[in-house]
Design a protein around this ligand. Structure first.
Ligand SMILES: Nc1nc2c(ncn2[C@@H]2O[C@H](COP(=O)(O)OP(=O)(O)OP(=O)(O)O)[C@@H](O)[C@H]2O)c(=O)[nH]1
Ligand SMILES: [Mg+2]
Length: 456
């Protein structure tokens, strides 16, 4: 027995309109009890009807509203859905919701509308997850990836791979069950070919995971260096506003400053830090500890050196930590002279990119943004790549599936019996099924939908 759920679907606050959403077998009946329409006739599916919401017990009108009825299965949840559009007032929305609940609906849990859409087979699990990504997207690029997943791009790819695995499973099973029949015998060579093809397909999807994660979740970039090299100047330039205090006094920034911004469609959390040096100042010392913490937890480091002066010990010490991290080194203050050149530091942190900048003149910002873009797209994945794995849950399942394929491959090479190989192939199939929700436990479902907002 499915009950009828309701929730306020629009954000809490003032707005032109607000929407209460009802889904379930009693949705229309509840609407009819509380809605008095101005015209004649009944509420028609897919028409907006103007009227007012009235408490049937005392006849008191709550608000003017438009009611829209979407008849099952042509609705978001594939159940009967009613939306009541009233004024975007917290009071009106709360009162109407209370009335709807009094008429027999239950307050929905977070994500329950979307969960029903999934349970009723209208969308698969990865599409349901994409709904929340669409709602939460802060940049164009994040939004594009989420929309494409919602449209089923990832599901399509996963189903294609699962189809290949299923074909293989059928062949294996037939060979196990009817070894003596006159069917084409499965050779280990054939198995090997199929498994490596499947492995490659999974690998190709996995190769988009880093980029996908960064686009979905954003990247944390820490700006570090000794005092007075231009860290706060960079922060302000990238933010295009005067957020951090910039002075010629070393030790100006004492606390870490974190700001969210968008660079070329990528969500970025930028952290300006206190200049790292030996100091007796207690406050500055705490700031430096925080700077080190930001350094340790960042995805990407921008290390600034004042190139108008020779490298000092502090620079060299920071450089030794930068080495091995994904990082960009700026040789700043080019306008004031050039005491440090790329070759002086290249061997001390061979994998860092190095750029010459004059932040006071705003020179080098384009190149810095280029590097951030490169970091995210890795040079291999194009901006237009449509199928991208962005969700950590999906990435983990793809990895598990890939491992199962590798295990199966190992067994094939060792010429193990088919029924043993079959177990791993089946695992690979089920792992991918967890992405689309074909093979999924209630626990996972609850976990996924608990992260949704109310009314979605
Ligand atoms: N000539 C020159 N001066 C610069 C450049 N970049 C920054 N400065 C100046 O250097 C001084 C320090 O800049 P900040 O951005 O405050 O440096 P910081 O690294 O944040 O310093 P702390 O917060 O003290 O660690 C300011 O006077 C800036 O105007 C540059 O490219 N050339
Ligand atoms: Mg500063």
């Amino acid at each position: 027995m499915v009950d009828t759920i309701a929730a306020i679907a629009t954000p809490y606050g003032e707005g032109g309109i607000g929407i209460i959403r009802i889904s379930g077998p009693d949705a229309l009946e509840i609407l009819n009890k509380i809605f008095v329409h101005k015209g004649n006739g009944n509420i028609q599916p897919r028409y907006a009807t103007y009227g007012s919401v009235v408490d049937p017990e005392d006849g008191v009108m709550i608000d003017e509203a438009l009611a829209i009825y979407m008849k099952a299965p042509a609705s978001y949840t594939a159940e009967d859905v009613v939306e009541i559009q009233c004024h975007g007032s917290v009071v009106s929305l709360r009162k109407i919701l209370a009335l709807v609940l009094k008429m027999g609906a239950r307050l929905s849990e977070p994500g329950e509308f979307t969960k029903r859409a999934f349970l009723n087979g209208r969308i698969d699990l990865s599409q349901a997850e994409a709904v929340m990504d669409v709602v939460k997207a802060k940049t164009d690029r994040t939004f594009d990836v989420a929309i494409s997943q919602l449209e089923g791009s990832l599901s399509g790819k996963i189903n294609e791979i699962r189809h290949h695995i299923l074909d293989l499973l059928v062949d294996i099973t037939v060979n196990i069950d009817y070894p003596d029949e006159d069917i084409e015998e499965m050779t280990y060579d054939q198995l090997q070919t199929s498994l490596s093809l499947i492995g490659e397909m999974i690998e190709k999807l996995l190769s988009t995971a880093d980029t996908g994660r960064m686009i979905r979740e954003g990247i944390r970039i820490a700006i570090v260096g000794r005092p007075n090299v231009g860290k706060s100047s960079l922060m302000n330039l990238l933010l295009k506003e005067s957020r951090a205090i910039v002075t010629e006094i070393p030790g100006t920034t004492r606390d870490t400053i974190e700001e969210a911004l968008t660079i070329r469609g990528i969500p970025v959390y930028l952290i300006d830090t206190a200049g790292i040096r030996q100091t007796g100042d207690v406050i500055e010392q705490i700031g430096i500890e925080k700077a080190k913490e930001a350094f340790n937890t960042a995805d990407y480091i921008i290390f600034i050196i004042d190139a108008s002066q020779p490298l000092n010990e502090e620079d060299l010490e920071i450089l030794s930590y930068v080495n091995g991290r994904k990082s960009l080194i700026l040789l700043n203050k080019q306008d004031k002279g050039n005491q440090v050149i790329a070759t002086d530091i290249a061997n001390k942190s061979p994998n860092s990119d190095i750029i010459y900048t004059s932040l006071i003149r705003g020179e080098g910002i384009e190149e810095i943004e280029d590097k951030i873009e490169e970091l995210v797209y890795g040079g291999e994945i194009s901006q237009e790549e449509s199928v991208m794995v962005s969700n950590v849950r999906h990435t983990e399942l793809l990895r598990k599936s890939k491992e199962a394929v590798s295990d199966a491959m190992e067994m094939v090479l060792r010429r193990e019996p088919l029924d043993i190989i079959e177990i791993d192939v089946r695992n690979a199939y089920d792992d991918l099924g967890e992405i689309t929700g074909d093979t999924v436990t209630d626990e996972i479902l609850n976990e996924v939908f608990s992260r949704f907002c109310l009314g979605k």
